[in-house]
Design a protein around this ligand. Sequence first.
Ligand code: HEC
Ligand code: HEC
Length: 346
Amino acid sequence: MYSKAVASLIVLACCAPGAAWSQSALMKQAQGLFKPIPASAPSLPGNDSTPAKLALGKMLYFEPRLSESHIISCNSCHMVGMGGVDLQETSLGHRWQHGGRNAPTVYNAVFDVAQFWDGRAKDLEQQAGGPLVNPVEMGTTETHVVEQLKGIPGYATAFAKAYPGASDPITLDNVRKAIAVFEATLITPHAPFDRYLGGDDKALDAVQKEGLALFISKGCAACHNGVNIGGGMYAPFGVVERPGAEILPPGDKGRFTVTKTVSDEYVFRVPSLRNITLTAPYFHTGKVWDLRQAIAIMGSSQLGATLTDDEVGKIQTFLGALTGEQPVVTLPILPPSVATTPRPKP
Ligand code: HEC
Ligand code: HEC
């Protein structure tokens, strides 16, 4: 202990690389709180990835005929090539209707503890069934999804290859499984921050490091941590001070709707901050378009801290280092409809 202190004093006296010493302390602290995105897609329990299943999942993700109108696919609201979001406050779905919440990105969603702002689906597989039958999203029914796919001859082969040995492979369960396998590949590794966590001190510049230090010391990392810098736990929106009704309207009680527990009122899953500069607007209401404003609101609502402009700016710069390599997806060729294929109902 004593000798360590003396050693660092000597180092300081000699050539002032005290900064370097505390830099490596910052890296160690960061490595304890956050984890890098793995380079390849994680495997899903009970749902093996095979090339045929992955190819099918990709087709279904881009398949507008899974919606009643045949114009809305998963990609309509979670656009690959645009951060996995739709850039709307709340999504536009079936018959031009708006849903009640902002669409979170599908990128890296596989690493979250549960799906949706309120965590009502336990994983991607369970989640994928939701939008199909949601009246303001894709607006169809479970029976119709199966009918529709059975009415497109090319899918018989695609499902048979993806689920070899199944006597009746076109089922809703198998639709969900295939989509989940594809979504698990939508990950964004090698962000500057991941390289930093991997030991490359030069991956972050000086301001990004100051932002990281603030992100930790101010308390953001108490909730936004782990592999997704969030996504691992639930917390009230407004721990210290409830934001205004425009940003947090009283009608959406968040996780309370799932658990019916009073202490879960206005509790939401802490969102991932990965690729956050690509996924405006922010919060479950999508009411905040400026990342700086979102950071300042978090300071007052979650931590009771008024962050200075300078602090907000540094944290914003650090958050920019969370943008990873975006998945490159070749559009699938979808099997054609035939005369007997069920028609769209606009
Ligand atoms: C009309 C727009 C729309 C369509 C179409 C849509 N989604 Fe979503 N998606 C949303 C919205 C809005 C949410 C958040 C809803 C909530 O939390 O209550 C969401 C949530 C999700 C989530 C959870 C992400 C997270 O971080 O919690 C995943 C995964 C997802 N959607 C995948 C899909 C898939 C797969 C499809 C196609 C089967 C699909 N979505 C179709 C709008 C849409
Ligand atoms: C007590 C837990 C907690 C703390 C501390 C916290 N957050 Fe959050 N954060 C949340 C929750 C919960 C949400 C989702 C709020 C909502 O929309 O309902 C959120 C949302 C966000 C968003 C918007 C993300 C999106 O996709 O819309 C950003 C940006 C953010 N936080 C950054 C920060 C920063 C920066 C700090 C530190 C100044 C911080 N947070 C501190 C829990 C926390």
